[in-house]
Ligand binder design. Structure first.
Ligand code: FES
Length: 137
């Protein structure tokens, strides 16, 4: 799996996202609670763009009339029909065994760590023969 540098961390504000094209795939990168998540930008139901999804909390109810919110911002609610997905792994909330969004590993690295080196330009031998300059390739 090839690595692709898609954005500076400051380009995607907390709660925001950025859509990138990687090898012909439309991928949306979310920034939530200091973490970044990458998912295919297509709902598995009917193909809604997930960049428009609401980032909501996980809501559970241990008993009637009692609601608990957790993982605020980590659940995606599709903009077209409201299906919900876990941003960490793309699994759907209502049918996690069968319905899933493709998710991709994300890493945040400092610029110096991405630098490969030393950089060496390709060189070619040059000779001067009489009044002609000859380059060997
Ligand atoms: S297209 Fe996403 S729930 Fe229908």
């Amino acid at each position: 799996m090839a690595r692709h540098i898609v954005a500076r961390t400051t380009e995607i504000p907390p709660g925001g996202n950025k859509v990138v094209d990687i090898a012909g795939r439309d991928i949306v990168v979310f920034h939530v609670n200091g973490e970044f998540f990458a998912l295919l930008n297509r709902c598995p139901h009917e193909g809604a763009p997930l960049e428009k999804a609401a980032c909501v909390a996980r809501l559970t109810s241990p008993e009637p009339g009692v609601y608990e919110r957790s993982r605020v911002g980590e659940m995606l609610r599709c903009p077209w029909h409201g299906w919900e997905f876990d941003m960490r792994n793309g699994q759907s909330w209502f049918d996690p065994k069968r319905v899933k969004i493709r998710s991709y590993p994300v890493a945040v690295e400092r610029g110096e760590e991405l630098q490969k080196g030393p950089y060496v330009a390709e060189t070619f031998a040059v000779h001067v023969e009489d009044s002609y300059v000859i380059v060997e390739v």
